[in-house]
Ligand binder design. Sequence first.
Ligand code: PHE
Ligand code: ZN
Ligand code: ZN
Length: 479
Amino acid sequence: MRSLRTTALTAVAASTLAATLTGVTLAGTSSPAEAATAPDLSVTNVTVHLQKLQDIATANGGNRATGRPGYKASLDWVKAKLDAVGYTTAVQSFSTSSGTSYNLVADWPGGDPEHVVMTGAHLDSVSAGAGINDNGTGSAAVLEAALQWAASGNTSRNHLRFAWWGAEEQGLLGSNKYMSLLPTADKDRIDLYMNYDMVGSPNPGYFVYDDNAVGNFARDAMAAYYTSKGIPWEYIDVQGRSDHASFRSYGIATTGMYSGGETIKTSAQASKWGGTAGAAFDACYHRSCDTIANINATALDRNIDMIGHMVWLYADKDFGTTAPPPGGANLLANPGFESGATGWAGTTGAITTSTSRPARTGSWKAWLGGNGTTSTENLSQQVTIPSTASAASLSYWIRTDTAETGTTAYDTMKVQVVSGTTTTTLKTFSNVGTSATYAQFSHSLLAYRGTTITVRFLMNEDSSLQTSFVVDDTAVTTS
Ligand code: PHE
Ligand code: ZN
Ligand code: ZN
């Protein structure tokens, strides 16, 4: 059965599955309060997106510029990808002296609406060429991060919004238009805007934006990420030359990354980054040769992973005012299972003091799975999220171990919310990426304020080779 199931997967389904599995990696020894670790974003996927943008340019007179058909075709394609995975998308049109242009804004449902984290890139090219490094790279990277966020099943603390700007090349027109039309209260809800404009330059540098209006926290996190990967970086004052400037001028915290354009790489920069000293970072900048061939795959690969890291990091960043207080009242009954089955419905025999698996605290825990036979188990509890809550979250500790091998998810445990007739999976654990060290996960429940929901742990094991999902110290807290 197992090999049949594997061979039945199409190439597309297999890559989707692989992407999903990447997202289930346990937090383990890293930051246990973080809801999820960012996946390694696929440079293959991003290259496929870039080829699509190249094809769109080729089919539309060689460019994707404002007022030309290749721009709208690019926007329609990105929008369709996002719509297909559950984003709420909006297209904002505006006129320019080069013709009509459009912004595309995509919101991921959920997260605290009072704390919005935005990631954006301009989607337009200059009229001279296809604009694959400038700015197919930023556009494709932000698209892939958004798609993988959707595939991860994560729920974010903050509300996530992604944007693709029109008419950047005419002078940041799209991002300026967005900000000029956004009501003041909504501007004030944006805690961070991150901008990616040219992230795969052929003779690359690694430049972290250093022209922030308020706070350097995201700049510092980006630099720390590169350092942790052994990638040298430099700060750059980009002098407001990209769309973050529209946010910065309103006083919103910004950061961004730039792999270099028309300026010349020095010999000092070539010795730390490799590449060619005395040549431009991107000799095809704003030229017809900015095609699919004008990309450094290593720089692109490193930078998309950085972009994923930043999205995942700030998705769950505590921006302060509405965070649930540590030790806030727990709305779940018997959350640590120390009273046995009390309060829980479902396969309550899974609640146990067996010493074959340790409890995290006390002696009881919920041991789902571990059978090595075809089985389904679940534990659930109803909880009402007060309508007055400004924050609400579900958290739990989990340890996993398995007799399975390989990268196929044979056995799974889903963390779900049932609301009316709708079931939402917040997180899927599997036999892939198990960790026998307890780690804590948390997911926002703010989308359910004012409603009664069922929190559920749902385990499915296949016919052989056990996987144990051991859950302890659950909590639903609000503030
Ligand atoms: N915004 C510039 C363009 O699209 C590129 C750029 C990005 C320049 C960041 C400097 C810093 O042409
Ligand atoms: Zn440009
Ligand atoms: Zn650009």
